[in-house]
Write a protein that binds this ligand. Structure first.
Ligand code: FES
Length: 102
């Protein structure tokens, strides 16, 4: 089972690769914001992928459009932004939750 390390609080959780990051984080009581409930509308679930971006599910048009609308700074460290509600992983990764509520 893949693991996700959350840099905000140094917690590592096992995740179900068949379920989105957002649902895996919520199931594990990780405080991430969502308004739209995972429909790629609100953009609140954005995460920065610090390690393992090559293991992620591919970027779909709806996610790409929402990410562009958020006008995020381009990371200097080759990290990428993804919407937790639209992303799955098959291997271990490290993320930073941008709207961490902890
Ligand atoms: S939860 Fe709203 S865009 Fe992901």
């Amino acid at each position: 089972m893949p693991k996700v390390k959350i840099s905000n609080n140094d917690e590592t959780i096992d995740i179900n690769p068949m379920v989105s990051f957002l649902n895996n984080l919520l199931i594990n009581n990780i405080p991430i914001e969502t308004i739209c409930g995972g429909r790629a509308i609100c953009g609140k679930c954005v995460v920065k992928i610090l390690r393992g971006k090559e293991y992620l599910s591919s970027l779909k048009e709806i996610e790409s459009m929402r990410l562009k609308s958020l006008n995020l700074d381009v990371p200097e460290d080759k990290a990428v932004y993804r919407l937790a509600c639209q992303t799955h992983t098959r291997r271990d990764i490290t993320i930073e939750i941008i709207n961490f509520k902890g």
